[in-house]
Structure formats: structure tokens, C-alpha cells
Design a protein around this ligand. Sequence first.
Ligand SMILES: NC(=O)c1ccc[n+]([C@@H]2O[C@H](COP(=O)([O-])OP(=O)(O)OC[C@H]3O[C@@H](n4cnc5c(N)ncnc54)[C@H](OP(=O)(O)O)[C@@H]3O)[C@@H](O)[C@H]2O)c1
Length: 212
Amino acid sequence: MGKPIVCIVAALCPQMGIGFRGGLPWKLSREMKYFRQVTTSTFTQDKSNAVIMGRRTWESIPARFRPLKNRINVVLSKKFPNFQRDNDRYLSNDLSEAIRSLQTLPVERIYIIGGAQLYAESIDIATHWLVTKIYFEPHDQQQPQQAPPVDTFLPRLTHHSEASPERLAEFLPTQVELPPLQTLQYGRRHYNTQDNYTYWYTLYNNNSINTT
Ligand SMILES: NC(=O)c1ccc[n+]([C@@H]2O[C@H](COP(=O)([O-])OP(=O)(O)OC[C@H]3O[C@@H](n4cnc5c(N)ncnc54)[C@H](OP(=O)(O)O)[C@@H]3O)[C@@H](O)[C@H]2O)c1
């Protein structure tokens, strides 16, 4: 593999909502597990993945869970110095510089993990998007019956096309556990359900960048 693929990982609801009051609008343990497996797993044993995040997303991760383990963590802020190590994470004040610096390390993939500001800035840089689509579908009376409020949104993906579920499975190392492929009301997908949510995993290619 040559340069690491720069890939965006995001979970969103139908109006492209991704956040609420500095946190996630939902609490979905299987989606968190998928995120952990995707961003941690590699095809090559002697490489690891990197995750790049905006300062606010870093602050939204509970202190006991950060840095995200078994991944190189890079946090961006205009107040930070040029790319440099700070204990168990890297700091950078520039996204392009952070990507160039990571490309000199034994990194397999660079995952951009949010938030909204960073996603918007990365649209033309990332070759792929791994998007979890989350639909609120109340069926469990014990759970909230209202769709969760959202106040932070992803821009629409205009020059991207969705790959098949088979291509998604090939794109991910085998350690990533995808739920079984099923044909339900939203088409043929790897579906999960939890509480009052149905969600599924997708891969989008950025058609403005030459990808395979
Ligand atoms: N659903 C999902 O998949 C998902 C994933 C991640 C986050 N989220 C949610 O998204 C929300 C946070 O998003 P957000 O847009 O408010 O914040 P964010 O993108 O996480 O962080 C924004 C901050 O990062 C720094 N930054 C961003 N781009 C930079 C660049 N190119 N160079 C240098 N610094 C840069 C700036 O920090 P300074 O102000 O310090 O300069 C900026 O204020 C939260 O609600 C979070 O839970 C959702």
C-alpha cells in the first residue's frame, strides 16, 4: 500500500445531523464498537492507523477514553504549534501539515473522525467516507419516543457515490465485524438495530479523487 488512504468516519441521521450540545445525539454501543474496530484494525500487522480530530471533538471524549487507544491521535487547534508530539497524542495547527507528517510514519490509514468543522474542511481531501446512517424508529415503549435533537450538521456529499455492501466489506480489514447483509426497507445493507434506532454502514467514494 502506498500513501495511507484518508478516510472520513461519521455517523449521521437523515438531516445530516451529527452532534448535539458538544456530544453525540445518540448512545449506540454497537456503533461505538464498529467505530473502534474500523479505526483500530489494519491489513498490515506492523502498521497502525491514525485518527485526526478537531479540538472540540477531542474535548467531547471522556478523559478516561482519550487518547483513543491503539491509534495515533492527532488533535487540531489554531492555538497549537506545528505538528508535534505531546505525551500520548500529537498536536497540529494545520490539517494538511498533519496529513503530510502522518504519511512519513508507519501509518496504514488516516481517519478523520470529526467534528463538523473538520469534516467540512476534509471533503476534498478524503478519498473515502465511511458513513453510518442512523434512523430513529420508535418501537420500544421503554425508550424515548422522540427523535434526538441535533444542532451540528455535516455538509451534503455532492460528488460522492455509494459503493456496494460487498465493496464495503472488502474495504475493511476482516477484524471488523459487520452485521449480516439483509434486504429491509432501506435496501440491501449491513443493518443493526438498538433501542429505537435502525442503522447501517456504508462506504462512499469521492468521485473527484481517483479511487479504486
Ligand atoms: N456523529 C459523528 O460521527 C461525530 C463525530 C465527531 C464529532 N461529532 C460531534 O460534532 C460536534 C463537534 O463538531 P464541531 O464542528 O463543533 O468541532 P470540531 O470540528 O470537533 O472542532 C473544531 C475546532 O477544531 C479546530 N480545528 C478544526 N479544523 C482545524 C484546522 N484545519 N486547523 C486547525 N484547527 C482546526 C479548531 O480549534 P480552535 O478553536 O482551538 O482553533 C476548531 O474550533 C460535537 O457535537 C461532536 O459530538 C459527531
